[in-house]
Design a binder for this molecule. Structure first.
Ligand code: F6P
Length: 246
């Protein structure tokens, strides 16, 4: 695992956007693993700009998102389907909607949906570059502490800490869904390359725990130590308190 502190949020987001751009340029049939959350907003803004200035055709690019809420419609303002379209897909005309994949949290049969998603990932994958944020409790995707590292796409419950953290996007905490469909930890680790991005003081505790090197299901992100090609991209705020602890 390579740990890289790029100092600022802007530099860290720029690095991730640049790596996605380079992947797309190196293979116009790339498979990208995409994440949501506040962390990725600036990455996608920068990526949109880079794709525009390079006039890149995205029609053969496949994308897989990590997760989606259960209990709100796909077009709810806070669904990850809406987020991805608002922040990335609607800004560039050449995305092929048929190659854009998110789990369907409003599917009638959720058991069938989780199997469909994992099967599709195996059929279209492996993911060339998977980008990841990290929860304040160390989750990746919506795989909360305690999740088996062997997990595949499944229906997951959100912890109070995640509901609390994500309530900033909803009018009230009560509106935050309590369940989601998430790619599992094993599903995420099938990617060829993984880039985890974390910035800001709220992520410092999870990063400090990650950087101890202990591999434990208490910290889902520590499963990334079992993957040969992982970069953790940080800013001073996410990294500093780790140094202060030493
Ligand atoms: O970037 P945020 O909003 O802090 O969220 C952290 C992570 O939790 C999630 O919201 C759940 O998967 C991710 O999308 C995100 O990477």
């Amino acid at each position: 695992m390579k740990i890289i502190n790029l100092g600022s949020k802007e530099e860290a987001c720029h690095y991730v956007a640049n790596e996605l751009l380079k992947q797309i340029i190196s293979n116009k049939k790339s498979v990208l693993g995409l994440a949501t959350g506040g962390t990725m907003v600036r990455v996608y803004e920068q990526l949109v700009n880079l794709i525009r200035i390079n006039e890149i055709d995205l029609s053969e690019i496949t994308t897989f998102n990590l997760d989606e809420y259960i209990g709100i419609d796909y077009d709810h303002p806070e669904s990850y389907y809406t987020y991805m379209h608002d922040v990335l897909f609607n800004h560039l005309p050449t995305w092929n909607e048929e190659k854009i994949h998110l789990p369907n949290g409003s599917a009638e049969n959720l058991q069938e949906e989780i199997k469909r998603y994992e099967d599709l990932l195996d059929k279209e994958g492996p993911v060339d570059v998977q980008i990841l944020g990290i929860g304040e409790n160390g989750h990746i995707g919506f795989n909360e502490p305690g999740t088996s590292f062997d997990s595949l796409t499944s229906i997951v419950g959100l912890t109070q800490s995640t509901i609390e953290a994500n309530s900033r996007y909803f009018e009230t905490k009560e509106e935050v869904p309590e369940q989601a469909i998430s790619m599992g930890i094993h599903s995420i680790l099938k990617a060829k390359r993984i880039i985890l991005l974390a910035y800001g003081p709220k992520k410092a505790d999870a990063i400090r725990k990650l950087l101890t090197g202990e591999i434990t299901t208490d910290l889902p992100a520590s499963a990334l130590y079992n993957h040969p090609n992982v970069e953790v991209i940080l800013d001073n705020n996410a990294y500093l308190s780790e140094q202060e602890e030493i």
